[in-house]
Design a protein around this ligand. Structure first.
Ligand SMILES: [Zn+2]
Length: 327
């Protein structure tokens, strides 16, 4: 048993995925198992979800996330399944007859019910039957961060309180004016520089040409990065938030426009994410282009072009739309 756990330990060390939740959880289970086994303790080292959340992500725990939502039922199994081929090869090389698997208490519903997890082993021959196949594999559910969880850039925090902005408040009007003014200045700049070219009597020098091309290019870049998302937001409801609008600590987030119960429009910074059903990696929204003709798709951080999912904002769900799978 100890050998099997060491085999898994080696596998995880050889291809680490420190930002994948399932990876962190399995490491916790594994370290507890190895420690116990080294002391001659053969009992399963069990953990409930609340404890795992506390160990792996104390910040999220402090934010009051429900442990059952944080760690959906098959997340760990999926992660281990995705790596099973590699683990099996390693185990066979080491001459082992068993493979590591995730065991959990069968949850029978009810809010107070705490599912517990531990690591165990099973004989190599039987390990094929356990893997998930078919339709269940291709559907994902997205989670949306709570208001205030995604931090906008410092200069936007005055306008977006807790990452949220009511469009028809004075702050909303200020935001709209800022964006419109920005667009105005940008187009003025381009026109001015082109105008100054047209008033020159002599032939264009290369330098003038290069400068005006640079101006147009820069203006286009600023438009794409700063202004276009706000325009697209009105039509698309969700757009990728440009990096300059986000706090340094945020790597990926979205802008969402939504209506409250009184039909008033709001804008907020959010992040939609999910767990990849193929490999347990983290799915974040990304541009659909070039391989998908939709603005936003969910892409798995571990395999961004193979594990691709659609994004349905209203139902917070997605289905697999990546390359054709082998039957
Ligand atoms: Zn994946």
């Amino acid at each position: 048993m100890l050998e099997v756990m060491r085999c898994l330990d080696e596998e995880l060390r050889k291809s680490p995925a420190p930002d994948v939740k399932a990876y962190k959880v399995i490491r916790v289970l594994l370290e507890a198992s190895i420690n116990a086994l080294e002391k001659g303790n053969q009992d399963p080292q069990t953990f409930d979800r609340a404890t795992l959340l506390e160990i792996c992500d104390p910040k999220v725990r402090a934010a009051g996330r429900d442990p059952a939502r944080w760690l959906p039922t098959t997340t760990l199994e999926t992660f281990l399944d995705a790596r099973m081929n590699s683990i099996r090869r390693r185990a066979e090389q080491m001459g082992l007859k068993h493979l590591p698997v995730i065991a959990s208490s069968e949850a029978k519903g009810g809010a107070g019910n705490q599912r517990i997890y531990w690591l165990t082993t099973q004989p190599i021959e039987n390990s094929d039957g356990g893997s998930l196949t078919g339709q269940a594999f291709r559907q994902i559910i997205y989670t949306r961060t709570e208001n205030g969880e995604v931090k906008p850039a410092l200069f936007l925090r005055l306008i977006f309180r807790e990452g949220v902005l009511e469009n028809r408040s004075w702050r909303g009007v200020m935001m709209l004016l800022t964006v419109l003014l920005g667009m105005g200045f940008l187009s003025l700049w381009v026109f001015a520089s082109l105008w100054s070219l047209s008033t020159i009597d002599q032939a264009l020098t290369l330098r003038q040409l290069v400068i005006s091309v640079l101006v147009v290019f820069l203006a286009w870049y600023i438009w794409r990065g700063v202004h276009q998302p706000w325009v697209e937001l009105i039509d698309n409801r969700v757009v990728k938030a440009p990096a300059p609008l986000l706090s340094f600590k945020e790597d990926s987030a979205e802008l969402e426009m939504y209506r409250d119960d009184d039909k008033r429009p709001w804008t907020r910074f959010v992040r939609f994410s999910s767990d990849c059903p193929f490999c347990g990696g983290r799915i974040l929204l990304a541009e659909g282009r070039p391989d998908h003709p939709v603005p936003l798709v969910g892409r798995c951080g571990e395999s961004p072009h193979a594990h691709v999912f659609s994004f349905d904002r209203a139902r917070l769900s997605g289905v697999y739309i990546g390359p054709r799978l082998q039957a």
